[in-house]
Design a protein around this ligand. Structure first.
Ligand code: TRP
Length: 339
């Protein structure tokens, strides 16, 4: 935030599961590239996770695990601002202030909320809001504040989150229309990182790797666990001696992504010629993944250990974040006439 005034980019990560290879390739690596061009902020959206997670230990675990994952993947806490959403007490306060300026109809039209109602309708429920808590309903409101309180210029998100960033822009506009002569919120824009084929990683069944398909490979699986998991990947039953189509098998596609180029080329040729079995490809894939991720896994495990520097890093990040959020909230409080 120095005088060169680089644009601010904000990435929010919801801690609702164990990170897998698809997250790493599709979300983590592209997001970490922003550091060179933007003043980059990353935060763990644990207040958002609270809309669905009811188990306190699990929520804590996911929060630490996601933080450790991003650090192990190369997030540099000295070059970025990296914090936990719930450490920033200004966020819920600004959420209240801005909800008072936001039409309820806007939230009624939010995709996630509408989808929940559609599910209830399809299930023949009389109450279309059944199972919808106020946190879920207000989800876009809280997300708008995450963005606005940091003065973010750009918010890199997947397509499903674009509407939420547009809401943040609308809400900032509503605030500015009323109080703009005293204080103005910055209007953010969504950016969708390149979704080229380079970003789509197949899961163990060949479909896109995704938690909802149950076809993921956890990022920090132990070598033994990895070996076992990869051995179980289904392959066709073409006999060993016969030629095989490399591109028909998820194991090979994954090997193409993580293996050394010469190993990949040789394996392709041997599969097509016949005489090579899938078991050997699986062993190659295990070795390739292990070579690439063992160092990250070590760093991850060190960070996850009780008493590691993880908690200090997050606390330090929160201090840094509050240098932005405190003065901004003060100006908002003054503008609207509270406090
Ligand atoms: N809703 C986002 C998701 O599910 C996470 C998130 C919360 C977020 N607050 C944010 C993303 C602010 C970007 C900016 O992925």
């Amino acid at each position: 935030m120095g005088s060169t005034a680089r644009k601010v980019s904000l990435t929010g990560i919801k801690p609702t599961g164990e990170p897998h290879l698809g997250n790493y390739i599709g979300a983590i690596l592209p997001a970490l590239k922003l550091v060179d061009d933007y003043e980059s902020l990353y935060f763990i959206a644990d207040l958002h996770a609270l809309t669905t997670i009811r188990d306190r230990d699990l929520l804590r675990h996911y929060t630490r695990s996601v933080a450790a994952t991003w650090l192990a993947a190369g997030l540099d806490p000295d070059r970025t601002t990296f914090y936990r959403q719930s450490d920033i007490r200004e966020i819920p306060e600004l959420t209240w202030v801005l909800s008072c300026l936001t039409g309820k109809g806007l939230m009624n039209r939010a995709h996630a909320y509408k989808a929940a109602r559609d599910r209830n309708r399809a299930a023949g429920k009389e109450d279309l809001d059944a199972g919808v808590n106020m946190g879920l309903f207000n989800y876009p409101m809280l997300m708008a504040v995450d963005i606005l309180i940091m003065d973010a210029d750009v918010v890199p998100v997947g397509r499903d989150q674009v509407q939420h960033v547009e809401y943040a822009a609308d809400i900032a506009g509503a605030f500015n229309a009323v109080y703009g002569d005293r204080f103005r919120l910055k209007i953010p824009a969504a950016v969708i990182p390149d979704e080229g084929s380079a970003q789509t990683l197949p899961g163990v069944d060949g479909r896109k790797m995704s938690k909802s398909y149950g076809n993921t490979i956890p990022l920090f699986e132990s070598e033994a666990g990895l070996r076992k998991m990869i051995r179980r990947i289904p392959t066709d039953s073409v006999p060993l001696d016969e030629p095989k189509d490399p591109d028909s098998a998820a194991v090979f596609t994954l090997l193409e992504r993580f293996g050394e180029a010469d190993v990949v080329a040789e394996t392709r040729a041997r599969l097509m010629a016949g005489g090579m079995g899938w078991g050997e490809v699986k062993a190659q894939l295990t070795d390739a993944l292990n070579a690439q991720f063992a160092p990250l896994r070590e760093r991850y495990e060190a960070l996850m250990a009780p008493g590691s520097e993880l908690d200090d890093l997050l606390a330090h990040g929160a201090d840094k974040a509050r240098k932005q959020t405190r003065p901004l909230l003060e100006r908002v409080r003054d503008a609207v006439g509270i406090g």
